[in-house]
Design a protein around this ligand. Sequence first.
Ligand code: B12
Ligand code: SF4
Length: 468
Amino acid sequence: MNSKKKFVILTGYFKGESYGLLGPQMAATIISENSEYDAIVVAVTNEDDKKDLKAALEHHFGGTRMVIGFSTLGGRPDLFGLAGELKTKGAITILAGPQANVDFKGEKDHDRFDHRFKGMSDRFTFALQGPAEAILPILAKGLDGDISEFDGVLFKDKDGQIKENRPAPWEDQWLSRVDWTNIYRLKGTSFARMPVTSCQVLQQIGCPHAAKERKIQIDYPADLADGTDPKRVTITQKGCSFCDVAQDKGFMGAVGEEAVKSQMACLPGQADGSRVAFELINENPLPRLDRTMELAEECSLELSQINLTLRADYFLKGQENLKNTLETARKKNIRILLASIGFESFDDTILKNLNKGVTRQMNLDTIKMIRDLKPEFPFHFGYLKEEGAHHGFIHPTPWDTPDIARELDRTIAMYQLAMDILPPHSTPLIIHHASGLADWIRQIEQQENIQFERLGTTIAWWQHTRPV
Ligand code: B12
Ligand code: SF4
């Protein structure tokens, strides 16, 4: 009989999917392998019944105190609500994973401005920012002990003030192992293991575009702009202005080869003996793609497919070797899928305001290169929607004007972007309260004496009122 204590990590998920979740699953692996707790991840979709979920949790914990981590909730109010409810009933609830710190603390200066996001500190016993191993000394000490000295924790002190400790650094030693079998879905009122069909391998922490902080100017939203005298706001920004990853992780460099190898060795196998497809988490993957395939060979692993998420500028910089890399991939029968290129827009004003660091022309040059390469490697090089790719296209944005819309439509038609590049639906610009654009919008609020509506952890840039 398994006498270990139980730990559950709840995460947001989408119905009908079967991908693994590296962050929460790596955290569960670290906890299970290094503490007296057995941790599983439960992926919760919007459709899952909360009553059934609570029944399943009760069943799983069998009367022992519930210890529940919450990770990558994607701002879902139902899961934040559930955390509060479980905490009230005596569970230990822990907010962890990317943005745990800012979502726990709430929006900048929310105590001075009543309409700002107040944070989720009431719903969690504590939060933990940074790598998962920081939970180990907390679990070892006992969850009722004093946690005030541990790395990465955020908690409310006895006066209700939030205290925050700096997160621990990321270390390769802890980025090596993932048990991909530890993820479950709700089935009736219990948890059933979910076999995963695609995974991720971490090769870089954060994003090189977010390495350097600089001052940038962002235009006023179109509906508040003055046509003759364009108004701008200056903010200090790392990486793209909409990206909270840029704020959360910045750029912390590459993961060592041994850790990458070990992660690849953890990938589940398929019926033909090869490993399942995985996304290589590295915004600039082309220079090391050959080496990545070599690393797999060094440990006698057969790969099936590598999904890349990258930027157009890094694609253009890395294209020289791409043909050779694709030749190698063909010989090894590995498919390289450009799963997501963050084009985001095809208009220079919008790209500038997003601080994307690429231009319309760079995006179009990238598309031309990709289209030219495809016929040479029809099976081993993918980028199409039908092949599972979903390229970034952010629309609408606050800067859309009739002129921009016309130009955008013209570009889309002229380069036939709807045929193979644009996703079935664009993604509206989302402003998380801790992203660069949130600083932008807060300055506009001050300057114009208006208030934008808050929707959970995000700011509704399309809706503002003037306080009376
Ligand atoms: C790879 C990736 C994916 C992968 C896997 C996701 C995953 N969670 O593992 C895929 C492609 C499936 C994916 C999908 C989506 N993603 Co995504 N994804 C990323 C990305 C780029 C890297 C995550 C990663 O693997 N990092 C490496 C690991 C090792 O680090 P980590 O995730 O921070 O986890 C470590 C610690 O944080 C900690 N930790 C994590 N969870 C827990 C839990 C406990 C209890 C503890 C103690 C510690 C702990 O331990 C880990 C190991 O040290 C991040 C951005 C980023 N750079 O973080 C976004 C990110 C996680 N994704 C995000 C979103 C919104 C999504 C989508 C909802 C997007 C969409 N609209 O479709 C979907 C759905 C996700 C889902 N839950 O179903 C958000 C999450 C926001 C939030 N705070 O909730 C992020 C942060 C990006 C962003 N800001 O928009 N994504
Ligand atoms: S959106 Fe992508 S390219 Fe931009 S900073 Fe974030 S991770 Fe980097």
